[in-house]
Design a binder for this molecule. Structure first.
Ligand SMILES: O=C(O)c1ccccc1N[C@@H]1O[C@H](COP(=O)(O)O)[C@@H](O)[C@H]1O
Length: 205
């Protein structure tokens, strides 16, 4: 199995960003969706994103927000990718594509293949994103989509490897499973998650 793409989401402190990047995350996420314990504003995200090297993707996370608001927060923060957790249609995706962003479509629905709405990456998530609750990715009824897709929803250092092997996902995304309390990241769990996703034993650092 090749190394999976690993995104650590819901980061709010410079230290957590440095830990995730230093441990080998391929992407880091900043939540702009209102009502989350992880929500940051554009100015805070801009400072955090400025710490991230060019080879690591910065992602703004949105849920059901008007496209103008998504464009504004994305431009003000400088994040390179947009992750959409709503029921946006192809025109919405097209407008953001024209603005030059990488597009991540997040959904709990069955999707046959990545790219149907013009997205670059598909993210299959639980119905209640960011809740830490898993879904039935391990069941016989789940048919993985074609193309590049990320698995999220209730992943932890203890189950991420099994999840990757069971589903064949191209990558994984996590928030709750690397927190010591809701909205507060644990550097140790971030490192353990990345090591586990890669299939390497965790070493104390
Ligand atoms: O993290 C949030 O609070 C959030 C809020 C609104 C939309 C998406 C959100 N996070 C996404 O949810 C999954 C992580 O889920 P879990 O906590 O690991 O179960 C991931 O895709 C985040 O980007």
């Amino acid at each position: 199995m090749t190394e999976p793409f690993i995104k650590i989401c819901g980061l709010r402190t410079a230290h957590d960003v440095d830990v995730a990047v230093g441990a080998g995350a391929h992407a880091v996420g900043f939540v702009f969706a209102p009502g989350s314990p992880r929500t940051v504003d554009a100015a805070a995200a801009r400072e955090l994103a400025a710490r991230v090297p060019a080879g690591v993707l910065t992602v703004g996370v949105y849920r059901g927000q008007p496209v103008g608001e998504v464009r504004r927060l994305t431009e003000e923060s400088g994040v390179r990718a947009v992750q959409l957790h709503g029921d946006e249609g192809p025109e919405y995706y097209e407008e953001l594509r024209a603005a030059g962003r990488t597009l991540v479509r997040a959904t709990a629905a069955h999707v046959a293949r990545c790219g149907e709405l013009g997205e670059d990456l598909l993210l299959l998530d639980a119905p209640d994103p960011g809740s830490g609750k898993p879904w039935n990715w391990g069941s016989a009824e789940f048919t993985p989509p074609e193309g590049r897709w990320l698995l999220a929803g209730g992943l932890t250092p203890a189950n991420v490897r099994e999840a990757l092997e069971a589903t064949g996902a191209w990558g994984v995304d996590v928030s709750s499973g690397v927190e010591r309390e809701r909205g507060v990241k644990s550097p140790e769990l971030i490192r353990a998650f990345i090591d586990a996703a890669r299939g390497t034993p965790t070493t104390p650092r």
